[in-house]
Design a protein around this ligand. Sequence first.
Ligand SMILES: Nc1ncnc2c1ncn2[C@@H]1O[C@H](COP(=O)(O)OP(=O)(O)O)[C@@H](O)[C@H]1O
Ligand SMILES: [Mg+2]
Length: 218
Amino acid sequence: MAHQPDTSLPNRHRLVLGASGAGKSQLIRELVPAKGVRLLGWDTDDDHDGHHFDTRAGYARAVARGIASGRPFRLLWNGDNDLKTFEWWCDLAFIALDGRTPTELLIEELADVSVSAGRASPKFGQLIRRARKYNGGLTMASQRGTEISKTVYTQASEFWIGRQETTDIPRMARLAAVSEARLEAIEPLHYIRKRGPEITFHRLEFTAKGRKLTELTE
Ligand SMILES: Nc1ncnc2c1ncn2[C@@H]1O[C@H](COP(=O)(O)OP(=O)(O)O)[C@@H](O)[C@H]1O
Ligand SMILES: [Mg+2]
């Protein structure tokens, strides 16, 4: 990596939390630019568009070629979904950041590759703590907000909270700074966004033209 750290770059890490079917993947498709950016993704369920790979050698080669081309790319991993492979992917994603070119880092179903709610695994910890300085922005999704590392909560600057499993409602309502009743009532494809102290409500719609994310007034 031709690393040039820039400590003035903003933190654009975001975390999307919701039960299965809450609309996490669809929201991410809306939030992350579809074209014109460098994107590296952990996408073991094939939820996103781009080139998918299930062998490490093939993926690493495509990343090297993508960087050498100087052009945008979307390279997604849909192979083994285990912690060891995730650590390899995080290391590769970190090495791919050059400090200049903005790079989107997409991680689906983070709980599947989380050890505990404690410290992040080493390479994931490195990625989430250091990507900002090298112009990397992480977008992470998880069904269970209680099963992912606390490091994610300290590093993310934006949270999108959708419909939750009943057992997660108390903790997720605290995170979203809304009442448990308010969170219990939330429908699929509706989200509460928390950015620092700012709380807003949003809905994703599907129209003839595609997806549309609108802010609701409550
Ligand atoms: N083209 C579409 N039109 C209408 N609803 C859709 C469309 N695609 C997905 N959905 C809705 O999005 C939801 C699933 O979203 P998804 O992002 O896959 O959930 P999650 O990732 O949280 O499991 C479902 O409620 C589904 O009905
Ligand atoms: Mg999904």
